[in-house]
Design a protein around this ligand. Structure first.
Ligand SMILES: C[S@@+](CC[C@H](N)C(=O)[O-])C[C@H]1O[C@@H](n2cnc3c(N)ncnc32)[C@H](O)[C@@H]1O
Length: 274
């Protein structure tokens, strides 16, 4: 359900678990993309909508002990999780800050602003991008990562898997999220006054017998099912019985050798004009 930030997903424990799984599955892409975007040792980085801190932790490793990361989120509970995870890793270069991105100002501009899976949830992502770009020094890095949710699929295409994917897409949209943000960032960057960004895409795929694949799909659907019900989407026992659904997905004709492609994560990056 929408929260005070307008973010569709909440932060109870299964939701934190889901974000941690997501962080693990998309970590390799995130790290490679942040390197390509230009994160280097010594940089001062702002991570917006940091959630449980995966991107902040990856950025802290890339900027090293001479760099620093400020990690910001509007939800205090998830910041506590992020701070705990940074402490477990003895990463003292990350500072956590409870704030809405709209309220951020920078006394000293950052060398880079980064954010993963944030823009798709914002009501006015162009205004947010313009505001956040203003917190970066001229020539600094602006890089964001977001899903192309509708590009999640299975090969071969399986009717029940596709039905669940479509319900997820429609629920996200019904709750105000942009499921096509991956391919929308190119336009957003230019509307926010940035040069056309470079883009790359990465993600995770595997058979339906892969517990991570099933946990990811079920984790998202579990959170969005009440949204789908509220929107009056076409639901029946096949998709609402969450205990039986994994078995049903695996038992579809053709599922045994099928590969599920989880939503691709697109990274866009550009430098703030001088
Ligand atoms: C899908 S989570 C992504 C978390 C993290 N970036 C990751 O990739 O694991 C989105 C996060 O953005 C935060 N958020 C949403 N709108 C925000 C806003 N206006 N200001 C600050 N944080 C916001 C939410 O609280 C949530 O923790």
């Amino acid at each position: 359900m929408p929260t005070e930030t307008g973010y569709v997903l909440g932060h109870d424990d299964p939701e934190v678990e889901r974000l941690l799984l997501q962080g693990r599955l998309y970590r390799a892409h995130t790290e490679q993309a942040l390197r390509l975007a230009g994160l280097e040792p010594g940089m001062r980085v702002l991570d917006v909508g940091c959630g449980p801190g995966d991107v902040s932790i990856t950025a802290a490793h890339l900027v090293g002990p001479t760099g620093a990361v400020t990690a910001v989120d509007a939800q205090a509970a998830i910041l506590d999780v992020a701070a705990l995870r940074a402490a477990e890793r003895r990463l003292s270069t990350i500072t956590f800050r409870h704030a809405r991105i709209e309220d951020l100002g920078a006394a000293e501009p950052y060398d880079a602003v980064i954010g993963r899976l944030l823009l798709m949830h914002l009501p006015d992502p162009v205004a947010a991008l313009r505001h956040l770009t203003g917190l970066v020094r001229p020539g600094g890095v602006v890089t964001f990562q977001d899903f192309q949710v509708s590009a999640a699929t299975s090969v071969p295409e399986l009717p029940l898997f596709t039905r669940v994917r479509d319900l997820i897409v429609r629920s996200f949209r019904g709750a105000g999220a942009n499921t096509e943000m991956g391919t929308t960032m190119h336009e957003l960057f230019r509307r926010a006054g940035l040069p056309a960004p470079r883009l790359i895409m990465g993600g995770y795929l595997g058979p339906l017998s892969d517990p991570d694949v099933m946990a990811f799909v079920m984790g998202v659907w579990r959170v969005l099912l009440p949204v789908a019900a509220q929107l009056g989407l076409d639901l029946d026992d096949t998709v609402t019985d969450l205990a039986a659904l994994p078995g049903r997905l695996r038992a579809e004709p053709g599922a045994e050798n099928a590969i599920a492609i989880l939503p691709p994560l697109v990274t866009a990056w550009a430098r703030r004009p001088g």
